[in-house]
Design a protein around this ligand. Structure first.
Ligand SMILES: O=C(O)CCC(=O)C(=O)O
Ligand SMILES: [Fe+2]
Length: 230
């Protein structure tokens, strides 16, 4: 019996639902990136699509996630005492994951066309923050030393209440103590920001918090140094 039939049946059929919800959030992202370098949009994707992604991450057994900062694609800036989330990198090995990567690829092409960012590829992982988990204030990339250009975080949690905490806090690129915004990880909300510019953090939540963090990258490979890939 193929392995897949042993796990929970997946109802999601590739290409079965529209992924983008409306034009407006997309236009807003382009405008915000151009003017301020960051954007947070609700309902960037259709409800059905974010629900299918939520079903997918719910289906991941904790034993099949890795503590962030260890193992494949190790992020050297990250110390374990600075973050407490569990992750699973997204490969195009299941229909919903394939569609997610496809839609982010569409976004990559559109961003390049409109903003001339020269984005080369995209990598992303599901993230699970158990109750009490956090991620201290950090940058996703250090200037000139990374190929991460644009960070994305798509939140997947239904019915998130103020008392659940777990805010994403974004800080000013120059006045790094100034808070630009605090955002609850509500399902369908997409945060997108220049990786080298904006410090940000995840406050501890009072319940499990799910998201997809991802990075559009440029290709930095030079003669000697080959960019690490997964
Ligand atoms: O989940 C979030 O709100 C942000 C996650 C993050 O900063 C990261 O994974 O680098
Ligand atoms: Fe980050």
């Amino acid at each position: 019996m193929p392995l897949e039939t042993l796990s929970a049946p997946s109802l999601y059929v590739e290409n079965s639902i529209p992924t983008f919800s409306r034009e407006a959030p997309f236009a807003n992202v382009l405008m915000d990136l151009q003017t301020q370098g960051w954007s947070v949009q609700d309902q960037f994707f259709s409800d059905e699509f974010t629900q299918a992604l939520m079903d997918e991450v719910h289906g991941i057994d904790h034993a099949n996630m890795q503590q962030a900062g260890i193992g494949r694609k190790q992020d050297h800036q990250v110390m374990l005492d600075a973050r407490r989330d569990y992750i699973q990198w997204i490969d195009p090995d299941r229909p919903i994951r394939r569609d997610f990567l496809k839609v982010m690829e569409e976004l990559r092409v559109a961003l390049n066309r409109r903003l001339f960012l020269g984005l080369f590829d995209y990598e992303a992982h599901f993230a699970r923050y158990e109750k009490g988990a956090f991620y201290e204030k950090h940058l996703d990339a250090f200037q000139g030393r990374s190929n991460r250009v644009l960070s994305t975080v798509l939140y997947l949690n239904d019915d998130w209440q103020d008392q659940d905490g777990g805010e994403f806090v974004l800080y000013d690129e120059r006045e790094t103590d100034n808070v630009l915004g605090r955002f609850y990880p509500q399902r369908g909300r997409l945060a997108i920001f220049l990786s080298e510019a904006f410090p940000h953090e995840v406050l501890a939540a009072n319940r499990t918090r799910h998201s997809i963090a991802g990075w559009f990258r440029i290709n930095n490979s030079t003669g000697q140094i080959v960019d690490p890939d997964q």
